[in-house]
Design a protein around this ligand. Structure first.
Ligand code: NAD
Length: 338
C-alpha cells in the first residue's frame, strides 16, 4: 500500500525502513503533523500513518474520506486524538499498536520517580558545576512506601511488577481487575481509597471523556500532603491549573510528567530558540520538585521496533482484507468505557 506517514522523526524512519522490505508497502515520510492544513498531502495514498498529536477530528476525517483515503494506522497505543464516532460513520478502518513495550513506559515512570525521590535531576547539574555539596538533596526510600496505580492494563501491570520489586505496597484502581496482579499481592481498592492512602500515585489509564481531569482540585484534596504524582499516560488526565495550585500549597510534593495537557504545541520539537508562550508549563518548570520529559516514555529501541512491526502487520491485514487484530471501533470502545 502507498502510505503517507505524518509527524515523522528520524527514529521513526529508521525503524520502519529496517523492516519495510519484508512487507512491501511504500512509505512517504512527512515531517508535517496531520491536521486540516496538511490533510491534502494524503491525496493519492491508500493509507495514512499517524502519531499521538496528529489530528483525526471530524474535519480531517471528512477530508480524508473525500480524498478516498479510508485506512489509518496509528503508531501508538492511545487513540484519544481520533474522533472514532465520525470515523465509524464514514467507514474508516483504523488500527493501533495496542502494546509495543509496556515496560518502556513503566520503566520511564520509575525513572521519573527515582529522579524525584533522590533529586538526581538537581545533583546532575550541581556536580557539573563542581558543587559537591549534599545540602538539600535528602531523598526518601521507595522500600515500604504505598504506591497507587490507576489503570492496570499493559503498562500499569508492568509498573506494578517493578513497584513490587522495590518492596512497595501496591494499591490499584481499574474498572476491570487483573487476577494475575492480585495473585502477586496487588490490592484493588476504590479510587477514593487509593487517593487517600498512596504516597506515590501513577496514572496508567487512557484519556476518555470519563477520565479527563480525573486529577483535579477535589481529587488532589483527597491525597496525603506531599504526595508524588506521576503521569506518563495523557496530559489531560491532570487539570494543570489545579496541580499548580497544589504544588504551591505543598499538597503535591513531587510531580513527574511525560505528558502535558497542552503538549501538542510544544512537544516533539526543538523550541530552544523560541519564546515560550505557554504560561502553565513555564510555571511548572519553576518548581524544583517538578520533572518534565517531552513524551519520551515510549522511546526505546525495543518499542520502536515493535511499533514498526505491528503497524506494518496492521497494514498487511488491511491490504489482504483479513480480520483486523488491532482495530479500534467507536461501538466497541463505548461499551468498554461508557
Ligand atoms: P491498556 O488499554 O492496556 O490499559 C488501560 C487500562 O486502564 C485498562 O486496564 C482499563 O480498564 C483502565 N481504565 C480505563 N478507564 C479507566 C478508569 N476510568 N479508571 C481506571 N482505569 C481505567 O493501555 P496501556 O497500554 O496500559 O496504556 C495506557 C495509556 O498509556 C494509554 O492510553 C496511553 O494514553 C498511554 N501511553 C503513553 C505513552 C508515552 O510514551 N508516554 C506510551 C504508550 C501509552
Amino acid at each position: 500500500m502507498k502510505v503517507a506517514c505524518f509527524s515523522t522523526k528520524s527514529y521513526d524512519q529508521e525503524s520502519f525502513d529496517r523492516i519495510l522490505p519484508e512487507h512491501g508497502h511504500k512509505f512517504t515520510y512527512l515531517e508535517a503533523k496531520l491536521d486540516k492544513y496538511t490533510v491534502s498531502l494524503s491525496e493519492g495514498y491508500d493509507a495514512v500513518c499517524t502519531f499521538v498529536n496528529d489530528h483525526l477530528d471530524e474535519t480531517v476525517l471528512k477530508k480524508l474520506a473525500r480524498l478516498g483515503v479510508k485506512n489509518i494506522v496509528l503508531r501508538c497505543a492511545g487513540y484519544n486524538q481520533v474522533d472514532l464516532k465520525t470515523a465509524e460513520e464514514l467507514d474508516f478502518k483504523i488500527c493501533r499498536v495496542p502494546a509495543y513495550s509496556p515496560e518502556a513506559v513503566a520503566e520511564h515512570a520509575f525513572s521519573l520517580i527515582l529522579s524525584l525521590s533522590r533529586k538526581t535531576h538537581k545533583a546532575y547539574n550541581r556536580v557539573r558545576d563542581n558543587n559537591f555539596s549534599l545540602e538539600g538533596l535528602v531523598g526518601f526510600n521507595l522500600f515500604g512506601k504505598t504506591v497507587g496505580v490507576i489503570g492496570t492494563g499493559a503498562i500499569g501491570t508492568a509498573f506494578c511488577r517493578i513497584a513490587l520489586g522495590f518492596g512497595c505496597k501496591v494499591l490499584a484502581y481499574d474498572l476491570i481487575e487483573n487476577k494475575g496482579l492480585k495473585a502477586l499481592g496487588i490490592e484493588y481498592v476504590t479510587l477514593d481509597e487509593l487517593l487517600s492512602l498512596s504516597q506515590i500515585i501513577s496514572l496508567h489509564c487512557p484519556l476518555t471523556p470519563g477520565t479527563k481531569h480525573m486529577i483535579n482540585a477535589t481529587t488532589l484534596r483527597q491525597m496525603p500532603d506531599g504526595v508524588m504524582l506521576i503521569n506518563t499516560s495523557r496530559g489531560a488526565l491532570i487539570e494543570t491549573k489545579s496541580v499548580i495550585r497544589a504544588l504551591k500549597n505543598r499538597k503535591v510534593g513531587y510531580l513527574g510528567i511525560d505528558v502535558y495537557e497542552q503538549e501538542e504545541d510544544l512537544f516533539f520539537r526543538d523550541l530552544s530558540e523560541e519564546i515560550l508562550l505557554d504560561e502553565q508549563i513555564a510555571r511548572l518548570m519553576t518548581f524544583p520538585n517538578v520533572l518534565i520529559t517531552g513524551h519520551q516514555a515510549f522511546l526505546t529501541k525495543e518499542a520502536l521496533t515493535q511499533i514498526a512491526k505491528t503497524t506494518l502487520e496492521n497494514l498487511d491485514q488491511i491490504e489482504q482484507n483479513k480480520s483486523l487484530t488491532n482495530e479500534i471501533k467507536f461501538s466497541k470502545q463505548k461499551s468498554l468505557y461508557p
